[in-house]
Design a protein around this ligand. Structure first.
Ligand code: ZN
Length: 477
């Protein structure tokens, strides 16, 4: 039974018409006309009208992508500000679109890493399908991206591309030699000597006794020691990125981001310059690079570290990116309010920012607002399973700063989502919460989360508009 039609979802094509509807069985696509034959669903004839109610499956979303250009993900090339909006539940895109639809911001609505897929039990196809339905429902025609985030291997990149993803973030961390960072000089020299002499002599000719002007007052130079370490740490990562690019990315109009952020130490300006220069020299079209900035970018909480020091560090990275013409990409960008103004200003309003965890935390905020008992259950579950979750995510939180749940009144439960330590606990346990099964194999916590957010969808839209809106304002957009 149709309860209501989503007003912005109406489309026509030839003799066919389309809209999305809320029914007693959840949201559906309603199709009339000859295009009905393309979809899977139930044909309904009432009075003298025939239409088809189609469930929001991956298969039906692919037909929608085939029929309507605006429903397909596209490259973000040419857009100055691009924001990744990882949505682990597949319910946040409507809120994101309500906020961003009239802004000069290109949303990368689909954005998940393989780790997130594993922890949520979703596939790249599921993630994209959820976005397609949100885009169609909102009648959003300005274009959006789909990012296979933190992919490490050729196989993973191929999987995301086969699913229609338009951006690939290649995580080179497994090819970055962290052991070299603090290695003794003698070891560095020994390792360096193992690299074929023709390779090192070419590199030395390119980098030693040279200055690379980045802007008026910044010049990059390499001492022999800088170069040896940088080469040892990053050369395998560069080779990996080049190989993935040549084999899978080149000539396909894909936004290619190279991430060197998941390492143990901060990316030096020399390292950033070296990686970019080597990739670009070899013809790799890089759309963005994600260095590891100074300070700590922990998930779902504000920046930790000295903001002045961050500003100095970030300026150099931003200028290097400008010099080569790609964008600087800021990862773990949820809730970094104290550094957002710097990111917006020093990039001249040209950057990529990735958010993800904060969208999940806002979903939990709605649960805290609307279903106190269930929030209490999730909160306890998160605390009980924290050690397990810490295997996947690095956080430093102080459990003693989290208020005792029993002493907090129902009305004050959302305040846990304003406190950094509780945020981190709830942030990193999302996978365990969503995948938890009770004795008869039912994912009750997951089901209840989805039921509640469906019932309180307007609240979820409101909190997202407010919270992601705060990101936008801080970035100076
Ligand atoms: Zn990252």
């Amino acid at each position: 039974m149709i309860i209501e039609t989503y007003p912005n979802s109406k489309q026509t094509r030839g003799d066919s018409s389309f809209c999305m509807v809320k029914t007693d069985k959840g949201d559906m696509l309603c199709v009339k006309g000859s295009d009905m034959t393309l979809f899977e669903g139930e044909v309904i004839t009432e009075e003298n009208e025939t239409y088809m109610l189609c469930p929001l499956t991956v298969g039906n979303s692919k037909v929608i992508r085939d029929l309507f250009e605006f429903a397909r993900p596209v490259s973000h090339k040419g857009h100055a500000i691009t924001i990744g909006l990882g949505d682990r539940l597949g319910l946040a895109s409507v809120g994101h679109l309500r906020l961003l639809r009239d802004m000069d911001v290109f949303p990368v609505l689909a954005q998940q890493s393989i780790r997130e897929l594993n922890l949520t039990g979703r596939t790249y196809e599921d993630v994209l399908a959820a976005v397609v339905w949100a885009v169609f429902r909102e009648g959003y025609t300005k274009g959006y991206g789909a990012d296979g985030d933190h992919l490490k291997t050729h196989e993973e990149v191929k999987y995301a591309l086969d699913c229609g993803y338009t951006m690939i973030t290649l995580d080179c961390s497994e090819h970055i030699r962290n052991d070299i960072v603090s290695a003794a000089q003698a070891d560095v020299e020994a390792e360096y000597a193992k690299i074929p002499a023709n390779v090192t002599s070419e590199l030395e000719e390119r980098y030693l006794n040279k200055s690379f002007p980045i802007c008026d007052d910044i010049t990059i130079e390499f001492s022999k020691e800088d170069l040896m370490r940088t080469v040892l740490i990053y050369l395998p990562a560069i080779a990996h990125a080049f190989s993935v690019y040549e084999e899978l990315i080149k000539g396909k109009g894909i936004d290619f981001e190279v991430s060197i952020d998941e390492t143990l130490s901060t990316t030096t300006p020399q390292a950033h310059f070296f990686v970019a220069n080597e990739l670009i020299r070899q013809g790799v079209e890089v759309s963005s690079i994600a260095p590891r900035f100074v300070g700590e970018f922990q998930k779902g909480i504000d920046y930790r570290g000295c903001v002045d020091e961050f500003e100095k560090d970030f300026l150099i990275h931003a200028k290097i990116a400008d010099k080569f013409g790609y964008k600087l990409s800021v990862h773990s960008g949820s809730d970094k309010f104290s550094v957002f103004p710097i990111v917006g200003r020093l990039t001249g309003g040209r950057f990529h920012l990735k958010t993800a965890g904060t969208n999940w935390l806002e979903a939990v905020r709605v649960i805290a607002m609307r279903s106190p008992d269930f929030y209490r259950e999730l909160h306890n579950f998160a605390l009980e399973n924290l050690e397990e979750a810490r295997k996947y995510y690095h956080i430093t939180c102080d459990l003693s700063k989290i208020a005792d749940l029993d002493n907090v009144a129902d009305i004050d439960l959302p305040s846990f989502l304003d406190e950094e330590n509780a945020r981190q606990v709830i942030h990193i346990t999302y996978g365990l919460i969503l995948q938890n099964e009770d004795n008869d194999g039912i994912k009750r916590l997951r089901n209840e989360i989805y039921d509640l957010l469906d019932k309180h969808e307007d609240d979820y839209i409101d909190v997202l508009v407010k919270h992601i809106g705060k990101h936008i304002t801080s970035l100076g957009i």
